[in-house]
Design a protein around this ligand. Structure first.
Ligand code: SAM
Length: 476
């Protein structure tokens, strides 16, 4: 077998996600697991809030020392507040088409699944879905599609993005469209950028090449290099906000965690900026998929610790948890580092405009948190978070390095906090139930009192504008 040397600056998948370096890191961590001085030194380094190397973070993740684990939690909570405040950004996934030519063994959309009803929305159907999402209060979407060169070509994705941005229904508007489509070429990424997307999201699924190839036996997704080097092509194509993640449960979590951080190191080394977001999806039951068959499922405690250690290792990256997780698990990880969540989600094609199809068999996987968006907003407010529908950053060109600089020096709050409050007020005025409105307005008043006089004036003035119907979409 060919030996590769770890090189974060390389553009060769096996060099920046170097299998031997992962194994050596695991061995190193095992040998130093009970070296309390080393663990304390790592925590000391982490307190500077400039992140950790993959080896340092792995040692923290593997530690079973109760005092170290307590310190990890405390630090993760502090970093979350220092970099992302108490804001939680809301989004919804929108499934456009489940036609797929790949053979991913864990996903019911795989081409061999002949009893899965296949659906691809027309532009009119997309309008109906987006109108339903706007009526819930959503402003930010993540587009989801299977990979199919003839059914879901890039032109279909581009046309759909254009349709979505142009739907203005009552006071609703989708102001940021993120895209989660299969790995593609640089030219296509450039076209997505020109279409005005926010983040390009692609989950690696698993960084372990051997496991990856066996879980993706057929279709273009079988190509490990294509998947692993995709973010390089996306960034060269001009997309400076990329979102990475692994599907936890497909391979051993220690391997995935280490490799994920090596991916972060690679993007920083080559492009000067790490991922805009890190997602932490966990494998879910789905049509014909029994997660128990996958031996590497992780329990809630490990999942929570992964989130805390990622928060410490990459303080500037936004972190996303979806409705794959239950209310209880989401409650635990929200304080430890999550900055974005989905709410009121449907994982089927056409699920928002036809909610009566409760057992829609085109769903990708079972959602664990089935609450409505309003219930989620109420719960966030009750738990001391500020639900935010803000989409200002990319419209103000605070993307890529520009965003990371503001985030790293902790000055992003000057924009995000007023913007979050104004976007929340829009939600409360246009969509909230009376109890959510009452609690939300109380929280907004408390938060305004903590702002600088200048920011408070800006927020108060535009809150009046929103309440009196003089306008929407105010932001710094
Ligand atoms: N087709 C795109 C691709 O190949 O990257 C992505 C779209 S897919 C709709 C989004 C993600 O859903 C996948 O990247 C995978 O991680 C996740 N997924 C697939 N099956 C899943 C399951 N059974 N449970 C949880 N997540 C799953």
């Amino acid at each position: 077998m060919v030996k590769f040397k770890y090189n974060p600056q390389s553009n060769v998948a096996d060099e920046f996600i170097c299998h031997d370096e992962v194994l050596e890191s695991l061995q190193f961590a095992k040998e130093h697991l009970h070296d309390e001085e080393m663990l304390q030194n790592i925590l000391y380094t982490a307190q500077a809030e400039k992140g950790l190397s993959h080896r340092e973070a792995l040692l923290l993740l593997m530690s079973d020392n109760l005092e170290i684990n307590r310190q990890i939690e405390d630090l993760a909570k502090k970093i979350k507040l220092d970099f992302y405040g108490n804001r939680i950004v809301l989004f919804a996934p929108l499934y456009l088409s489940n036609y797929c030519v790949n053979g991913c063994t864990y996903c019911p959309y795989h081409a061999i699944n002949k009893h899965m009803p296949r659906k691809k929305m027309t532009q009119e159907e997309i309008c109906a879905e987006v109108t339903a999402l706007q009526d819930m209060g959503h402003k930010r979407l993540a587009l989801e599609l299977g990979e199919h060169p003839t059914m879901n070509p890039l032109d279909y994705v581009l046309e759909s993005i254009d349709t979505i941005y142009n739907i203005k229904h009552k006071n609703g508007a989708i102001r940021r469209v993120n895209v989660n489509i299969a790995a593609t070429d640089e030219e296509s990424y450039a076209k997505l950028k020109n279409a005005g997307i926010g983040t390009y999201i692609l989950f690696q699924e698993t960084y372990n090449r051997q496991r990856y190839e066996s879980l993706h036996p057929t279709g273009p997704k079988h190509d490990y290099n294509r998947q692993t080097e995709a973010m390089d092509r996306a960034m060269r194509g001009g997309i400076d906000d990329v979102g990475i993640g692994v599907l936890f449960g497909l391979s051993t979590y220690l391997y995935e965690f280490t490799a994920l951080l090596m991916h972060v190191e690679h993007l920083k080394a080559v492009f000067g900026v790490g991922p805009h977001t890190i997602s932490v999806p966990r494998l879910r039951p789905a049509d014909g998929i029994n997660p128990e068959l996958f031996a590497d499922c992780i329990n809630d405690d490990i999942f929570v610790k992964i989130v805390a250690c990622l928060r410490i290792a990459v303080p500037t990256a936004g972190m996303i948890v979806s409705t794959r997780e239950s209310k209880e698990t989401r409650e635990r990880v929200l304080q430890l580092g999550i900055s974005q969540i989905s709410g009121g989600s449907k994982t089927s094609v056409g699920g928002y405009s036809h909610p009566e199809n409760k057992d829609d068999d085109s769903a990708q996987f079972d959602v664990c948190d089935n609450r409505s968006l309003d219930e989620i907003i109420y719960w966030l407010l009750q738990n001391g978070h500020i639900p935010s529908f803000c989409t200002a950053c990319y419209r103000k060109h605070r993307t890529g390095e520009a965003f990371m600089k503001l985030c790293a020096n902790k000055s992003i709050h000057h924009f995000c906090q007023p913007n979050a409050l104004l976007s929340l007020q829009e939600y409360l005025t246009d969509y909230a139930t009376p109890r959510t409105k009452e609690l939300g307005e109380k929280v907004i008043a408390e938060e305004i009192a903590k702002l600088s006089p200048e920011s408070a004036k800006f927020v108060l003035q535009h809150i009046e504008d929103i309440k009196n119907g003089r306008g929407r979409d105010f932001y710094l």
